[in-house]
Design a protein around this ligand. Structure first.
Ligand SMILES: [Zn+2]
Ligand SMILES: [Zn+2]
Length: 200
């Protein structure tokens, strides 16, 4: 089936979501080890959703959506996210890995502008010891090139309302990210580079 997946209302947990229409999401929009932020940016943008609503729904507990939640298995209901987006649980687990002392996460959003141009932010970019993009070997950035500010790697309304953009000045991190639904799959070399980096 080549058309974009549509979700009938009855598949939702209506007590939490209660949508008036179905949402769209397609697992083919994702690349390996895509971060939960990147996944949610696509979900928000393709469905015209408000960031604060999405934060409230995916949180595993009651939250102030403007304060937000950590991108951790403790704060995000991973099972629910996989269900609503109809993506594999493994995809969600890889997007929201467990942090450890051996693999600390960077608290600032870090990105590769070349990856951003295909609408991709990797969870690997958040690994504290990762200094360059595994695919492009370019130094990871954390400052917006327009306003110079950094952003927290934290899921809040402000961040989700600015897909692939700086949440402060709203200038995109890279120009062509909106083509993510039409771009080709990553090549074998790129996939292997991601797997090697993930395994460490
Ligand atoms: Zn890259
Ligand atoms: Zn900015």
């Amino acid at each position: 089936m080549n058309s974009v997946l549509a979700f009938p209302i009855l598949t939702f947990d209506v007590t939490k979501l209660n949508p008036s229409f179905g949402y769209v999401f397609d697992a083919r929009w994702l690349d390996p080890y895509e971060s939960v932020v990147s996944i949610l940016w696509k979900f928000v943008w393709m469905n015209g959703l408000a960031g604060h609503e999405v934060v409230e729904r995916i949180a595993s507990h009651t939250v102030d959506p403007y304060d937000g939640i950590e991108a951790t298995p403790e704060d995000i209901n991973r099972q629910y996210l996989a269900h609503v987006l109809r993506i594999r649980r493994q995809t969600v687990r890889e997007a929201i890995p467990v942090q450890s002392s051996l693999r600390p996460f960077n608290s600032e959003l870090r990105f590769c502008s070349w990856c951003m141009s295909r609408g991709y932010h990797s969870v690997l970019h958040q690994f504290g010891l990762m200094l360059t993009c595994p695919i492009h070997a370019r130094p990871l950035e954390s400052r917006c090139r327009h306003c110079g500010q950094t952003s927290s790697y934290r899921i809040d309304a402000q961040l989700l309302d600015a897909p692939f953009r700086c949440p402060h000045c709203r200038v995109p991190y890279s120009a062509s990210w909106t083509w993510f639904a039409k771009r080709g799959a990553l090549g074998q070399r790129e996939r292997m580079a991601l797997i090697r980096a993930y395994i460490g």
